[in-house]
Design a protein around this ligand. Structure first.
Ligand code: NAD
Length: 267
């Protein structure tokens, strides 16, 4: 059986939990070798590595704070050392530090921008440099390399009490589209995935109790909260050559959240 990412080599940031862990596992199942980046949860990352190896693919866990340029470089050095190079970056790591606007400290503003936006810039920059240095091997893929940035429906939907997060994701949209425009001529495909509400640690407070889940479901026409596998399957397709002509696109994987469901009866 041909696997969708056979022979591909990927770096996945923030892959010790949630969406990143789901993508890393799905990549392994699809045949990719994966650098599983973690920030502080080494055990979580090693579990993901174990699962990928059980699926018959290669994986290595690498600690890095992706808001730091030298740490980003470390991830690509690991891909070079263990797999001989890199073909795919999934720039996924992100955090929330929520507060009402006038209560939001400069530190919490900066921490979210530094990771959720600057971290994606730094990893993408390193990926482009590595793709160029490696050169194109058409037998491996029609693309020189692929970059997927993790955005959010909040690149478009305003989010009171989360202005740092929404500003970062709005920035990710502009970063992704401008970079895609700049490097498409080199056969580097840059795209983004914008999840809706996916059950992970980042939003545990919102879905953990019944009341929170019911509130969340009012925003999701499809009637269920998303799972990490929903994003992982989309990421496998977007990173594979099946999506070779998809450039500069944000793929919303959100159960219809972007359809503004409250307008179904109102408006
Ligand atoms: P999560 O908290 O499980 O994952 C975030 C990951 O980022 C964690 O593994 C964490 O260790 C890692 N991380 C934190 N700081 C880091 C740093 N400095 N360097 C490297 N890694 C670091 O939550 P998640 O939901 O899986 O979030 C993953 C991405 O998906 C984020 O970018 C988030 O904004 C985005 N997203 C999530 C949802 C959702 O509903 N869960 C919706 C839209 C977008």
């Amino acid at each position: 059986m041909v696997k969708d990412l056979e022979n591909a080599r990927a770096v996945v940031t923030g892959a010790s939990s949630g969406i990143g862990a789901g993508i890393a596992r799905a990549f392994g199942e699809a045949g990719a070798s994966v650098v599983v980046n973690y920030h502080s949860d080494q055990d979580g990352a090693e579990e993901v590595v174990k699962d990928i190896r059980s699926a018959g693919a290669e994986a290595v866990a690498v600690q890095a704070d992706v808001s730091q340029p030298d740490d980003c470089a470390k991830l690509f050095e690991a891909a070079e050392k263990h797999f001989g190079g890199v073909d795919i970056l999934i720039s996924n790591a992100g955090i929330q530090q929520d507060a009402a606007f006038t209560e939001l400290s400069l530190k919490d503003w900066q921490q979210v921008i530094d990771l959720n936006l600057t971290g994606q810039f730094l990893c993408a920059q390193e990926a482009v440099r590595r793709f160029r240095a490696q050169g194109h091997d058409p037998d491996r893929s029609p693309a020189l390399g692929k970059i997927i940035l993790m955005s959010s429906v909040h690149q478009a939907i305003p989010w009171a009490g989360h202005v740092n997060y929404a500003s970062a994701k709005g920035g990710v949209k502009a970063l992704m589209e401008s970079l895609a425009q700049e490097v498409a001529c080199e056969k580097i495909r840059v795209n983004a995935i914008a999840p809706g509400a996916i059950k992970t640690d980042i939003n545990r407070e919102a879905w953990e109790d019944k009341e929170g889940r019911e509130e969340m479901l009012k925003l999701i026409p499809y009637g269920r909260i998303g799972e990490t596998e929903d994003i992982a399957r989309a990421a496998v397709w977007l990173a594979s050559d099946a999506s070779d002509y998809v450039i500069g696109t944000t793929l919303f994987v959100d159960g219809g959240m972007m359809l503004y469901p409250s307008f179904r009866e109102g408006g």
